[in-house]
Design a protein around this ligand. Structure first.
Ligand code: FAD
Length: 318
């Protein structure tokens, strides 16, 4: 399979289109998800990201009538979805792999599965905290930061397995990592956040995908600062079209973002969420045209299960 960085190189400066999808909740039909993204194949994404989700602790009444806390993974299936994507759409799948909830050995096994499937791209992340915990805690025998997981994958590419074993068939993963134009919420300052990002690249990351942003200036400043820090890898902007009025507060709270005043005032004039969706599409078109003019390698859309607004934006800009 082709590496994300190779797709970018082959495009010779032309901006590519890509998407991220989220596995369905356990028990739901995978075909609904695949059908929902089918219209986006018109824009020829060379790769599609699939998120990974850690287990959550939920309370359940046990046989003895007492409440017990059990771990449940609500959105399993990342690796299987990657295989289906490649088979049905002939795109390269980019599974996310996370530190949270995994030991290093479990991660090694997942990486071997991916290698056997012919998957050569991974987006490496720490993962979020368990909802009940509030702050991120590594599983015993697991990694605390994405940089440690980057090193594990990079070591594997050099033929080094855990416990000093060696591979006869070194993997060849292209490694993506996350970057935050508006700073990661745990970071004590922009300075430390950039230092931690630089470390991920020094340890082997080949490209960066940003958290969503609605103000292109934040992305431009982020890229300039990364370059000043000596980070030279491609920086792919992550984008999400605003779709409801409620998202102004929900996205700001979850992803620690600021919305530009102009966008907020346009949304506040809307009577219905149908009107907000139109504003979100217009804003997305404006954002994308400016980003293409800036020369971004890829426009990467967080679809969150909906494709009509992404398709309308892509139709205008590609
Ligand atoms: P890290 O790079 O480890 O950074 C986390 C925090 O720790 C930052 O504040 C950083 O500055 C700090 N830090 C890093 N190293 C050190 C150190 N050595 N000492 C002290 N502090 C340090 N979550 C999922 O669960 N599944 C997904 O599929 C998923 N996909 C995502 C895709 C993208 C493009 C993005 C942007 C995020 C995604 N997330 C996903 C969310 C992500 O897991 C969270 O944002 C998480 O809180 C941080 O992940 P990270 O990889 O950036 O962590």
């Amino acid at each position: 399979m082709t590496k994300v960085t190779e797709f970018i190189r082959q495009a010779e400066g032309k901006t590519l289109f890509s998407i991220e999808i989220i596995p369905p909740l356990k028990g739901q039909n995978i075909n609904e998800l695949l059908n929902s993204i089918e219209p986006l194949m018109e824009f020829k994404p060379p790769f599609v990201d699939v998120t990974y989700h850690r287990e959550e602790l939920i309370d359940r009444v046990g046989q003895d009538g007492l409440i017990e806390r059990i771990p449940v993974r609500k959105r399993p299936g990342t690796v299987g979805i990657c295989a289906r994507l490649m088979e049905r759409f002939h795109v390269d799948a980019v599974p996310h792999i996370i530190c949270g909830g995994f030991t290093k050995d479990e991660t090694e096994d997942v990486l071997i599965d991916l290698h056997y499937l012919g998957i050569d791209n991974v987006l490496v992340l720490r993962g979020d905290a368990e909802k009940s915990a509030g702050v991120f805690k590594a599983k015993q025998g697991g990694h605390s930061y994405a940089s440690e997981l980057v090193k594990q994958v990079h070591d594997m590419n050099q033929g080094k397995l855990l416990n000093g074993e060696t591979e006869m068939w070194p993997t060849n993963f292209c490694i993506g990592v996350a970057g935050y134009p508006e700073k990661h919420f745990d970071a004590t300052s922009f300075d430390t956040d950039y230092a931690h990002l630089r470390k991920k690249v020094e340890l082997g990351a080949d490209y960066i995908v940003t958290q969503m942003f609605f103000d292109n200036q934040k992305y431009f400043q982020f890229v300039e600062r990364c370059r000043a820090e000596g980070i030279t890898v491609p920086i792919i902007p992550g984008l999400k079209p605003l779709a409801t009025k409620k998202q102004l507060s929900v996205l700001a709270q979850i992803f620690h973002l600021e919305f530009p005043d102009e966008l907020v005032s346009e949304v506040e004039k809307c009577a219905t969420d149908k009107d907000v969706r139109k504003v979100g599409i217009e804003w997305g078109i404006h954002q994308c045209k400016e980003l293409i003019a800036y020369g971004v390698p890829v426009l990467h859309f967080y679809t969150m299960g909906k494709s009509d607004n992404v398709a309308q934006i892509a139709r205008e800009v590609f």
